[in-house]
Design a protein around this ligand. Structure first.
Ligand SMILES: CC(C)(COP(=O)(O)OP(=O)(O)OC[C@H]1O[C@@H](n2cnc3c(N)ncnc32)[C@H](O)[C@@H]1OP(=O)(O)O)[C@@H](O)C(=O)NCCC(=O)NCCS
Length: 179
């Protein structure tokens, strides 16, 4: 019998986790267990942006190589108020697998990214968070992010089968000073 164990808690020691940049071979694992297959093209395109210095893709895994979470960073985008390549960087696709949540993994990963961006000379981190995601908003506030504007949150992506999807997700833009 198949058992869905994704909700079970995996006790972890943060010190045993590895944070590293995504390499090409990791792209399939970023689809998790089929949950994010629809983002295959978006991830491939973002990976190309990592090769030209426009983006960073971070993942956190166990010593055995099991995917625990991820967060991506745009260093330079067309929307300068989000990421201008110099002072502001934009974090998105931040998620931790359900069985690993509420143990400090997300905080650990974000703090690592803040420190990495600080070293790269960035002064501010921005992100969008859905207005109906109180847990994430609370986490960001705890880490020092403040709401700076309201966004309609309309965006679209083309899935792995070439179908375009329009997402309508009213969001807060939050920002934190890191430098
Ligand atoms: C948002 C998300 C990435 C947070 O990841 P996480 O690993 O659970 O984050 P943390 O464990 O660092 O923090 C979550 C809570 O657990 C608490 N916590 C941390 N360590 C803990 C521990 N050892 N024991 C109990 N609770 C703990 C934290 O205090 C925090 O509570 P607070 O934010 O109310 O202060 C995760 O919930 C997720 O993937 N959600 C779905 C995707 C999503 O919404 N992403 C954000 C998009 S903007």
């Amino acid at each position: 019998m198949m058992v869905d164990a994704s909700h079970l808690k995996n006790d972890i020691d943060l010190g045993d986790l590895i944070i590293r940049q995504v390499v090409k071979d990791d792209l399939p694992a970023l689809e998790w267990d089929g949950e994010y297959t629809q983002f295959r093209r978006m991830y491939a395109s973002l990976y190309r942006d990592t090769q030209t210095g426009r983006a960073l893709m971070w993942m956190i895994e166990t010593e055995k190589g099991d995917m625990v979470g991820q967060a991506f960073v745009i260093l330079r985008s067309g929307e300068l108020s989000a990421a201008d390549g110099e002072r502001r960087a934009y974090i998105f696709s931040f998620r931790v697998k359900p069985g690993y949540r509420n143990q400090g993994v997300g905080t650990f990963l974000l703090e690592f990214i803040h420190e990495d961006l600080r070293r790269r000379g960035f002064k501010f981190v921005t992100l969008n968070v859905a207005k109906d995601n109180p847990n994430a908003i609370r986490l960001y506030r705890r880490l020092g992010y403040k709401v700076i504007s309201s966004h309609a949150g309309k965006w679209s992506y083309t899935d792995h089968e070439g179908i375009t999807h329009h997402v309508d997700e009213p969001a807060w833009r939050m920002m934190k000073r890191i430098g």
